[in-house]
Design a protein around this ligand. Structure first.
Ligand code: SF4
Length: 214
């Protein structure tokens, strides 16, 4: 089957399988909070970030407040996430830039977002898609990468930018965010890293890796 058709079919099947799949598993109340928690989620679990973020935003609810904070103080709060010195620098630096250049408001372009410290292309794509409903790329987290490869939609193992490019070519722009959201849900609930549940997977007839979980 043509790979574009297959990708569209996968989106359509998963849309029925996971009608309530959320756009993000991170908790946030504003674009500012979403930007900060997305930076903090690099190499950390969403659950871990959700645990510390209420304390963080209770103490520093605005970019103005977070921009001025002492790094040691913030390190104590975000320590459980790992790389906390680096991340403390990223979120205070991002807050400073927000205040100085963007009047405290999170911008809505990839180019502007990747100018913030600690904001990768992936981080920027998450913020754009979740906060603004804009897809300038496809959010490739570890689940989306793994499942995309297992489904045979890309062959670029360990090359996230190439996998993203493949998917952007296979799917029309309006399906990019749904693809990441639905494949993310599938990776968390069925096509798990260690034990994919291929027997009850709604994609098993389309999947070249369906023997994995048997
Ligand atoms: S058939 Fe198995 S490997 Fe393929 S998508 Fe489903 S769970 Fe993943």
């Amino acid at each position: 089957m043509d790979l574009s058709k297959k990708a569209m079919q996968i989106v359509s099947i998963l849309d029925k399988t996971y009608p309530d799949a959320p756009a993000t598993y991170l908790n946030y109340k504003s674009p500012f909070e979403m930007l900060i928690v997305t930076i903090l989620s690099a190499r950390a679990t969403d659950a871990g970030v959700n645990k510390i973020s209420p304390t963080l935003f209770k103490k520093y609810p605005t970019p103005e407040k977070l921009a001025k904070v002492n790094l040691d103080e913030i390190g104590q709060i975000i320590r459980p996430l790992g790389a906390y010195n680096k991340k403390a620098g990223y979120i205070t630096g991002t807050s400073r830039l927000l205040v100085e250049k963007f009047d405290g408001k999170v911008p809505n372009t990839l180019k502007e977002l990747i100018s913030f410290p600690g904001v990768s292309r992936k981080t920027a794509n998450v913020v754009l898609s979740v906060v603004f409903g804009i897809s300038e790329g496809i959010v490739l987290d570890t689940h989306v990468m793994r499942v995309t490869l297992r489904l045979g939609l890309s062959e670029h193992e360990n090359k996230p930018e190439k996998i993203e490019k493949d998917m952007m070519e296979l799917l029309p722009n309006k399906f990019w965010s749904d693809y990441a959201r639905l494949i993310g849900a599938h990776g968390r609930q069925t096509c798990k890293s260690r034990r994919p549940n291929c027997t009850s997977c709604t994609l098993n007839k389309l999947c070249p890796s369906a023997e994995l979980g048997k």
